[in-house]
Every structure is written in structure tokens, then in C-alpha cells.
Design a protein around this ligand. Structure first.
Ligand SMILES: [Zn+2]
Length: 107
């Protein structure tokens, strides 16, 4: 039997499914990076946790608009990042927090 559903019939479902997948990848990514802010240990709200790139070139952004890449691509990008909370992330970019050792901080 031919599927007679139209995109419009499923738009709400698909939007929800994409949202759920992005959220799951973010949860996996946060867990992969230790589950809390590298600097202050914050872990109360996952939406306030971000990834700061500090090694090599950024291939894609892990923070904005959710993570849309495969888990394996996400993981290799995560290897170039440190997990920080939104406050510490801003402080890194403002030069108030220093990453350990000879890590170059991008501005
Ligand atoms: Zn923090």
C-alpha cells in the first residue's frame, strides 16, 4: 500500500524527532567530556554546557543549533574541545580563564 502521508502531516513529528536526536547527541557529547564544566564543575543544566575548541581547526560548531553530525564525527570534533559552562566559556574568550599548559586559546 502506498504511503499517502504528506510532509505536512508529519512535520510536527519530524521536528520533534530531530530535536530529540540533537538532544541525545548533546547528552552523549557532554557525558563523553566528563559531564561537567572543566573549570568550575557546573553540571546543573545541560543547556548551559558548551564546548570550547582549543586544538586544531574547527570543522563544525558543536554548540550552535544543536549537533547534527554523526556520533563518530562529533567525537573526533570533541577531541579538540574542553567542556565548559556558559560563564566559564565567556571568561575564556575574555581572557580571564587560562586553559592549562601550552593550550592556545582562540578568540
Ligand atoms: Zn564553569
Amino acid at each position: 500500500m502506498k504511503d499517502k502521508r504528506k510532509y505536512s502531516d508529519r512535520a510536527a513529528y519530524l521536528t520533534k524527532a530531530v530535536h530529540a536526536r540533537r538532544r541525545k547527541i548533546k547528552e552523549m557529547a557532554v557525558a563523553h567530556k566528563g559531564g561537567q564544566c572543566y573549570f568550575c564543575g557546573y553540571k546543573k543544566c545541560i543547556d548551559a554546557l558548551e564546548f570550547h575548541h582549543y586544538i586544531g581547526d574547527k570543522i563544525f560548531n558543536l554548540s550552535k543549533d544543536g549537533i547534527t553530525r554523526s556520533w563518530s564525527k562529533t567525537k573526533s570534533e570533541l577531541d579538540k574541545c574542553v567542556l565548559v559552562c556558559a560563564n566559564c566559556h565567556r571568561e575564556i574568550h575574555a581572557g580571564l580563564l587560562q586553559l592549562p599548559q601550552a593550550i592556545e586559546v582562540e578568540k
